[in-house]
Design a protein around this ligand. Structure first.
Ligand SMILES: [Zn+2]
Length: 425
């Protein structure tokens, strides 16, 4: 059996919080200085905020630099031309240029592992000799090629199957005894289902052992099926087109460890201030030692939270827990952000719940949350069920909310899952 555990950069992955802070701070100040000197958009936003590179002495100091939301890259590309004022080298030094919708032009530099994906794939369990299908797209956008390069560098044999073509993918998997998969989780599940429709016993006839999935939410139930029924190691990562690898799962599947090559902040989307463990906010990323495309504080628009207690795998980095939604869908209640997906998570935990909505209101100076719940059967109403749902609300939203059972049909079909009825006068 291939050993699929172990560290890609053990010294960094296991260093103390203080050592890591020192190393990343050193890299950060070099990166900010370089970006300020070479990228007009970085210089402009720092000048506008009255902050100089010398003022960035700690990771906390990053708060002084305004965030560049991902959607601004579209505008900046339109106004300033390709790369939007963030290119830190000359265009003729680039290896490739990718085109994301917008268009946003993303430069691929000639540095080794420019997207910092090798550690992510190694720590996900890919090893020399694995035969891997890469089902991400190979044209225009970077996903296919940058994953291909990183896995290839680990000694794996890449089969660039790209998107779609289920029949071809299945035949390839059989003929070449493919044991690795890279792509979105739903496509892997779809391949397995298709194989079984054709009469195969996937576990017996195919050789799949390890899969890296990204790009969409992996439901717990799908993960369980892939792991328990098909014995595939499933690892998730958070990768974005502009920056590459940001965080990754270890064998403990305990959230996604922050990359040793980026600064990942979870911030209040309104103030840009860094939040503490367990607090939901926007994921903001700064690549370190990246001269090609030093996007200082890119706002991803994704919401998540982190935990920092030690992980049994031995890695000491903070871990980004699941993505809970997008910034443009949040509602702020008592200083905390809540998102429709969190409310859906509460509902999904109870088979008795048919429909749910939250009404956020004010009582004096206080925000209150009332969860209206329709049950599949009105006879299921009980104080103990109410207590259990309220407990789940505290667990998932980290806030207290009251539950009121309402009659079936009370919540309109087209109701918003979070209805903010607060009046601010
Ligand atoms: Zn871990």
């Amino acid at each position: 059996m291939t050993n699929r555990v172990g560290f890609y950069e053990k010294e960094w992955e296991t260093q103390s919080a203080a050592q890591r802070e020192k190393r990343k701070t050193q890299w950060l100040s070099e990166t900010v200085r370089y970006a300020y000197d070479h990228c007009t958009s970085v210089r402009e936003k720092m000048d506008k905020a009255g902050v100089t590179p010398d003022a960035i002495k700690t990771i906390r100091d990053l708060e002084k630099i305004p965030i560049t939301p991902k959607r601004d890259l579209v505008r900046l590309n339109a106004e300033k031309g390709p790369f939007g004022g963030f290119l830190g080298v000359t265009p003729d030094e680039l290896k490739r240029i990718y085109i994301s919708p917008g268009p946003i032009y993303d430069p691929h530099g000639r540095e080794e592992d420019a997207y910092s994906l090798r550690p992510i794939f190694y720590n996900a369990g890919f090893r020399k000799g694995d035969r891997v299908i890469n089902t991400f797209s190979y044209h225009l956008t970077p996903a296919g090629i940058i994953c291909d390069e990183a896995i290839n560098a680990l000694g794996c044999v890449l089969i660039p199957t790209g998107v779609g073509n289920t029949e071809v993918q299945l035949k390839t998997m059989l003929d070449l005894k493919v044991n690795g998969y890279v792509g979105v989780p739903s496509f892997l599940m779809g391949l397995i289902e298709k194989a079984e429709q054709k009469g195969y016993d996937f576990k017996r006839d195919f050789s799949m052992e390890v899969a890296f999935v990204a790009g969409e939410i992996l439901p717990d139930s799908m993960r369980q099926t892939l792991e328990d029924d098909y014995h595939i190691i499933i690892r998730q990562g958070f990768i974005i087109a502009d920056i590459g690898g940001i965080s990754y799962e270890c064998p403990e599947k305990n959230g996604m460890h922050f990359s040793e090559h980026r600064i990942v902040e979870i911030v209040d989307p309104q103030t840009g201030k860094q939040l503490g463990p367990g607090e939901v906010g926007e994921v903001v990323v700064t690549p370190l030692r990246d001269k090609t495309y030093p996007l200082i504080r890119l706002g991803t628009g994704d919401l998540s939270y982190y935990e920092e207690e030690p992980c049994p795998c031995g890695r000491t980095s903070k871990r980004m827990m699941k993505i809970v939604g997008r910034v443009d869908q949040v509602t702020k209640v008592r200083g905390m952000f809540i998102h429709p997906s969190q409310v859906r998570e509460v509902a999904a935990a109870f088979s008795e719940i048919e429909k749910i909505r939250v009404r956020v209101d004010r009582e004096g100076a206080h925000d209150i949350m009332l969860f209206e719940v329709e049950l599949t059967e009105d006879t299921m109403r009980s104080e103990s069920l109410k207590g259990k749902i309220e407990g789940k609300i505290r667990e998932v939203l980290k806030l207290r909310g009251d539950v009121a059972f309402v009659q079936k049909g009370t919540i309109p079909q087209d109701a918003k899952i979070i209805e903010d009825i607060r009046k601010w006068e």
